[in-house]
Design a protein around this ligand. Structure first.
Ligand code: NAD
Ligand code: ZN
Length: 347
């Protein structure tokens, strides 16, 4: 088969590789019908993430059709149309029993495309298939389902639920990339009074408006709005969700929330933010962080099927699977291309 392979920092190649086969009784082989690229793939590709072997197949977001299952797989069978979760976990260990799949100690907890081969290929081996594959209802398109492989559970679990977004809240989402936009979409499930998006890029602020933000501001403008009084009683936002991954945006979040407010960090930080505990403690702030678990995927799928959740127009560019190289160029340069999510489809 063909697959997009890692060839050392910054180098990738769509190349012929051996077809995957089950190596464990709980494996399934999935024919990839659609796949996307995530910012994390760029981190892996650039060599920022340790332990990526040369030849590793990249990618952790896909929708496909099961073609083969090991003898231990019970919940999916050949022919099933499935969503492949970005995290593959055993489902049985102490962490998995708490739905913390990202912390699995039973031999999983991987993001596909890092220590095991990923989804940017014609076929993918999915370990712990019962826990990592989700059968798709007929009414959900491949393109909508793709958004549930990573960015919707990430934003919902690490942003919205950790930040305890509630009815009537004022919610600020800093960063309106795919993850920030998915945060806006999933925050709305809890009926906040208002959602304010913050981004440096005007194109991303416009996308935030389309995703359902009530207003979209630059970082300077949101600081001015905060000085004038944000939220129900002017004391600040109830929740600020960081979806960039920079010290300055994390620190901005801590300034925007009211006393007793919540800051939910979603961004992956390469440089450390300074936690000004001398200021944060006296304002009773709650700060949370986390890696996506994907334990919310069945619930999000139900809401998508019921029409309660929209994945909006996150996919801006579509290619064939064999055009993966070109798709990466488009995705890696959003200022030039206007890309949000770039999706690949089997033709
Ligand atoms: P992205 O790069 O597409 O989006 C980031 C956005 O932040 C961009 O729109 C950019 O214009 C904006 N931005 C940059 N600097 C800014 C600043 N100073 N002020 C305001 N806006 C600024 O990234 P994404 O794919 O949406 O992902 C967002 C973050 O979430 C990344 O750090 C990613 O690694 C992380 N992530 C975390 C998890 C998790 O499990 N916690 C999972 C997936 C992604
Ligand atoms: Zn991802």
């Amino acid at each position: 088969m063909k697959a997009l392979t890692y060839r050392g920092p910054g180098r990738r190649l769509w190349a012929e590789v051996p077809d995957p086969a089950p190596t464990d009784p709980e494996d399934a082989i999935v024919r990839v019908d659609a796949a996307t690229i995530c910012g994390t793939d760029l981190h892996i590709l650039h060599g920022d993430v340790p332990e990526v072997a040369e030849g590793r197949i990249l990618g952790h977001e896909a929708v496909g059709t099961v073609v083969e299952t090991g003898p231990g797989v019970r919940t999916v069978a050949a022919g099933d149309r499935v969503l492949v979760s970005c995290i593959s976990a055993c489902g049985r260990c102490a962490s998995c029993r708490e739905a913390a799949y990202g912390q699995c100690t039973g031999g999983g907890g991987w993001i596909l495309g890092h220590l095991v081969d990923g989804t940017q290929a014609e076929f993918v081996r999915t370990p712990f298939a019962d826990n990592s594959l989700h059968r798709l209802p007929a009414g959900i398109t491949d393109e909508a389902a793709l958004m549930l492989a990573d960015i919707l559970p990430t934003s919902f679990e690490v942003g919205v639920r950790n930040g305890r977004v509630g009815p009537g809240d004022t919610v600020v989402v800093v960063g309106a990339g795919p993850v920030g936009l998915a945060t806006i979409a999933t925050a709305r499930l809890y009926s906040p009074a208002r959602i304010i998006a913050v981004d440096l890029a005007e194109s991303r602020r416009k996308a935030a408006g389309r995703a359902g933000a009530d207003s979209a501001l630059s970082p300077d403008d949101v600081e001015r709005a905060a000085a004038d009084g944000l939220g129900r009683d002017g004391r600040g936002a109830d929740v600020a969700i960081e979806a960039v991954g920079l010290p300055e945006t994390f620190e901005l979040c801590t300034r925007l929330v009211r006393p007793g407010g919540r800051v939910a960090n979603v961004g992956v930080h390469g440089r450390s933010a300074t936690l000004h505990l001398e200021d944060l403690w006296i304002r009773n702030l709650t700060i949370t962080t986390g890696l996506v678990d994907t334990s919310s995927t069945p619930l999000l799928l139900d809401m998508l099927a019921a029409g309660r959740l929209s994945t909006g127009d996150l996919v801006t560019h579509r290619f064939g699977l064999d055009e993966m190289q070109d798709g990466y160029d488009v995705f890696a340069d959003p200022a030039r291309t206007g890309a949000l999510k770039v999706a690949f489809f089997r033709t």
